[in-house]
Design a protein around this ligand. Structure first.
Ligand code: ADP
Ligand code: MG
Ligand code: MG
Length: 907
């Protein structure tokens, strides 16, 4: 028969910390703490496997489970010297959820189970503390009604009508009527009275009686915890965190200890080190005469655990160190034992019952990026963990927190977010609301920090986005224009924030429940996607002077095997990326020279080129454009001196550079500028119209239809290279052709390159060497990669387009669908964010394999947005990629993810 129940207690346990899959995190660590001989109230853990069986069995407990539970209860009773359901000496228990991975607050726990009319007198007799017994009783009724009788029964009350809320309201009204400010003021009579009123209300609202029987309560509690695995909150949390539905939760039935027995009793939570800074300081909060949930629920302001934990709000409250020095010392020793054993920072829950300390939970604690690095290095210096383990300790995404300006987390946690959106660009920003790009630029010119708030953004907003300190949009997904640009600039940005409603006429915006005027101040946490209505302090990190960052990244590069490059299109971004450790540029997009203020002049010429209808006029315009292109490439090649720069030939469809036919003002201005009639201009623009421009005249197709466009680019690039060589620099040019479907396209373009290169070489008297390669971003290209590699010296996988074309998802329109698909669990994640390894990943693998079957030393890189996503980077490492390339601020993330992939492989 399957063993479903594992006992713990009395300084021994059937399970241990390695059994998280079976016992859940909480159960496994409770067992481990017993093995460490720490004071843990005895209990039993019902396995996650039992949860799975329960669901397979139509929500029935497996046969024989309750017998096993009863056997475990006997063990508990013996250890605790009490008896469950006994009228004279009753044992009470808690029923606690606990999944393999911690899902804080997502599932349910019921305390004080076993209190009923049969056991109440016995407990009063034993404790001589009638108030405590009725306080525990009213808590049981509140939790049990909520968790077991409402949620587990699948009852979905209207907003604010849940039973818990109704009972809480009754409690508040009662306190108000009596003039009490705190729960602790309630007398025994009050609590008895409340309990009876609660029971009446429960019967009215839910139609069933609160069970006055210990055995029924126990079984109800166990089932309810299993049920909470399928609760709404838990399900959506699993979607976000990617936790599989079939893992199930364990149930821990544990003897109660009481923090609410008077002034020598208390409860608290603590971190073995400061989770915000990583400082080696014991950090925690506690409450006298309270039960566990009171601390986190914020019912009372908790007291600081010690001096190190005092802050503005709690500095006048007494610490445990002051009030219970003996017990504090004991807790401090346990903290050391635990850290020494786990070699990591833990968070712990504890309760003190009449002066005696009990440990109720421990787990590896959540921490900020900086704290993660600090603790990993400290523990390495103390010889607790080796370099490799230190590198593995920091989640790759979190390293970015060390390089971006961030909101002061101490202040942030004191405020509630107004609204939440997609965390598109990390870091923090604070400033005045600007509702248009013009306003953002106006603020910038006046040196006023500002946040651009828009319905959505398009390339025209680029200047405004540049000028803004942060960006907030109502629409758009993680690969939307705003998101991409913001990430590239390391600008904090939140997109797709549905709770933003803009009224441009009134110059007002509603964010969540609050209305703002243009010019009001807000703060963004782009790393979390949270918007605040408070002016928060920003902390700007200086990595060159940051010994933590420097030492840590040193270890990262020691173990990293895959290269990391950046996507950059101008000298400033390139220089920044090099600062962050980029070893080259994997994607330089020539079209970015037409954006922004400096791009106005070349953009004008480009439009002449686009809007003309004769080849001669086009060539004339191109000749005019060439020096601009040369300068653009030269500037960045110079910064990258000695490091490779991959230049992508012009990619976007041409209509992106002219106004839309319905943009009346812009059409009028452009017609005037060009000295043509508006009608004529509109008809030219209409001629460029395509139904599916992303699958139309763009990429190499442009270069084949208009070879003169390609020729100009080659000439500009080779000239920039030749000039730099003459000036004593070491330009490492790589040119790649976008959107290739076969080798013939590459041959066509290469013929032009060969001719132009000879001409430039003759002119400058130098010999130019460069690499000629291609993007792989159409599924067909991956299938014929061997043939393409006959000519291409390198591949760069454009995983954005490859994802778009493989899924048939338009990346500019698909946000709504992806949201629904991920919610329904049809796809596990947004494929534009994290590479779809199952599908698109196969094509990537195939492309690398087939390419290298033709050319064994073929360089393969990735230049899509996925190049900065840790999970995707791990995958790319396994496919044998030479490098990944990502936006400058993600370079350290990619370095860390690549190092972790290499270390994990060796394990
Ligand atoms: P969560 O996973 O949401 O933290 P827990 O199962 O840890 O839920 O329980 C909620 C609170 O109740 C915690 O503060 C915990 O310490 C407290 N608690 C749980 N079981 C007991 C018990 N047997 N005795 C005293 N307090 C308990
Ligand atoms: Mg807990
Ligand atoms: Mg592309």
């Amino acid at each position: 028969m399957t063993k479903y129940v594992y006992t713990f207690g009395g300084k021994t346990a059937e399970g241990n910390a390695s059994m998280k899959n079976e016992l859940g995190g909480k159960g496994a660590n409770l067992a481990e703490m017993c093995l460490l001989k720490l004071p843990v109230p005895a209990g039993l853990t019902i396995t996650t496997e039992c949860c799975t069986a329960y669901y397979q069995n139509n929500c029935q407990l497996p046969a024989g489970l309750m017998d096993e539970v009863h056997a475990g209860m006997r063990n508990m009773e013996q250890l605790m010297g009490m008896k469950y359901g006994d009228p004279d000496n009753p044992l009470l228990v808690s029923c606690r959820s606990g999944a393999r991975k911690s899902m804080p607050g997502m599932m349910d726990t019921v305390l004080n189970i076993g209190l009923c009319s049969k056991t109440i007198p016995g407990l009063i007799n034993k404790t001589h503390n009638e108030r405590f017994v009725y306080d525990s009783y009213r808590r049981l009724i509140m939790m049990y009604a909520d968790v077991v009788m409402e949620k587990a029964e699948g009852i979905e009350p209207a907003d604010g009508k849940g039973i818990r809320k109704q009972l809480d309201d009754m409690l508040d009204a009662y306190k108000e009527a009596k003039g009490y400010e705190s729960d602790t003021k309630l007398t025994t009579e009050d609590l008895m009275d409340l309990a009876e009123r609660f029971k009446v209300r429960i019967k009215e609202v839910l139609g069933t009686e609160f069970p006055d029987d210990a055995e029924a309560q126990l079984e109800g509690g166990i089932k309810a915890v299993f049920k909470s695995w399928d609760g709404k909150k838990a399900v959506s949390y699993r979607r976000i965190e990617g936790i599989p539905d079939d893992w199930g939760t364990a149930v821990n039935v544990q003897a109660m200890v009481f923090g609410n027995m008077g002034d020598t009793s208390a409860t608290g939570v603590a971190f073995t080190r400061d989770p915000a800074t990583g400082d080696n300081k014991f950090y925690g909060e506690w409450l006298i005469n309270a039960q566990g949930e009171d601390v986190v629920a914020g019912i009372r302001t908790p007291n600081p655990l010690n001096n190190d934990t005092k802050n503005e709000q709690n500095k006048d409250l007494k610490s445990m160190e002051e009030l219970m020095p003996e017990t504090y010392k004991e807790l401090f020793e346990i903290r050391n034992i635990l850290e020494n054993h786990y070699k990591d920072m833990l968070d712990v829950e504890f309760t003190i019952q009449e002066g005696k300390l009990y440990m109720l939970q421990c787990r590896v604690g959540k921490r900020t990026g900086r704290a993660a690095v600090k603790m990993a290095l400290d523990m390495h210096h103390d010889n607790w963990i080796d370099e490799k383990e230190a590198v593995l300790r920091v989640p790759a995404d979190k390293i970015i927190e060390l390089i971006l300006p961030i909101l002061d987390s101490n202040i942030e946690k004191q405020h509630k977010a107004l609204a939440k959106g997609l965390p598109a660009g990390p870091g923090g920003s604070v400033g005045r609301i600007a509702l248009t790009s013009e306003k953002a630029m106006e603020y910038k010119a006046a040196h006023v920090a500002n946040i651009l708030v828009r319905e959505e953004t398009n390339p025209e907003d680029v200047e405004g986005m540049r000028a803004a300190n942060g960006i907030l949009t109502a629409r758009g997904g993680m690969t939307s224009h705003a998101a991409l640009v913001a990430r590239g600039w390391g600008k904090s940005c939140i997109v797709g924030c549905g709770e933003v409603h803009i009224d441009l006429d009134k110059k007002e915006v509603k964010i969540g429940a609050k209305s703002f005027k243009e010019g009001d101040i807000i703060s963004l946490n782009g790393t979390a996607g949270a918007v605040y209505d408070v002016e928060m302090p920003l902390i700007i990190p200086e990595i060159e002077k940051d010994p933590l960052y420097q030492e840590f990244m040193g270890y990262v590069d020691k173990y990293r095997k895959m290269g990391v490059r950046t996507n950059a299109d101008n000298p400033k971004d390139a220089a920044n990326a090099v600062r962050f450790g980029a070893e080259g540029i994997g994607l330089f997009r020539i079209e970015h020279m037409f954006y922004g203020e400096d791009g106005q002049e070349p953009l004008k010429i480009l439009r002449n080129m686009i809007l003309t209808d004769t080849t001669e006029d086009r060539e004339a315009a191109l000749a005019e454009l060439e020096p601009y292109m040369k300068e653009s490439a030269k500037g960045t090649l110079k910064v990258m001196n000695g490091k490779p720069l991959t230049f992508r030939l012009m990619d976007p469809p041409l209509h992106e550079f002219v106004p839309k036919a319905n943009e009346k003002e812009k059409i009028a201005a452009l017609a005037k500028e060009r000295g043509m009639s508006e009608d004529e201009l509109v008809s030219r623009i209409n001629a460029l119209h395509e139904v599916n421009p992303m699958m139309g005249l763009r990429g190499v197709r442009l270069g084949i239809v208009y070879p003169e466009i390609t020729e100009t680019q080659f000439r500009a690039l080779f000239t920039a290279t030749a000039e730099l060589m003459t000036e004593g620099f070491d330009p490492r040019l790589e040119i790649m052709v976008p959107l290739t479907i076969n080798v013939k396209e590459l041959e066509h373009q290469k013929a032009i390159a060969d001719r132009v290169k000879k001409e430039v070489e003759a002119k400058f008297g130098v010999e130019i060497s460069y690499l000629y390669g291609t993007m792989i971003e159409i599924p067909r290209a991956t299938l014929v990669a061997d043939k393409i590699a006959q000519l291409a010296q390198f591949f760069s996988f454009g995983t954005n387009d490859l994802t778009q074309m493989t899924f048939g998802f338009s990346r500019d329109d698909v946000n709504k669908i992806v949201k629904e698909y991920t919610k329904e669990g049809i796809i596990p994640a947004d494929p534009f964010n994290t590479l779809d390894q199952e599908g698109v990943g196969q094509l990537v693998r195939l492309g690398v394999e087939r390419g290298r079957s033709q050319r064994a030393n073929l360089k393969c890189g990735v230049c899509g947005e996925h190049g900065g996503d840790p999970e995707s980077v791990r995958f790319f490492y396994k496919t044998g990629m030479t490098y990944v390339s990502c936006s400058p601020f993600r370079v350290p993330v990619a370095r860390l993810a690549a190092a972790q992939a290499a270390i994990e492989e060796d394990k």
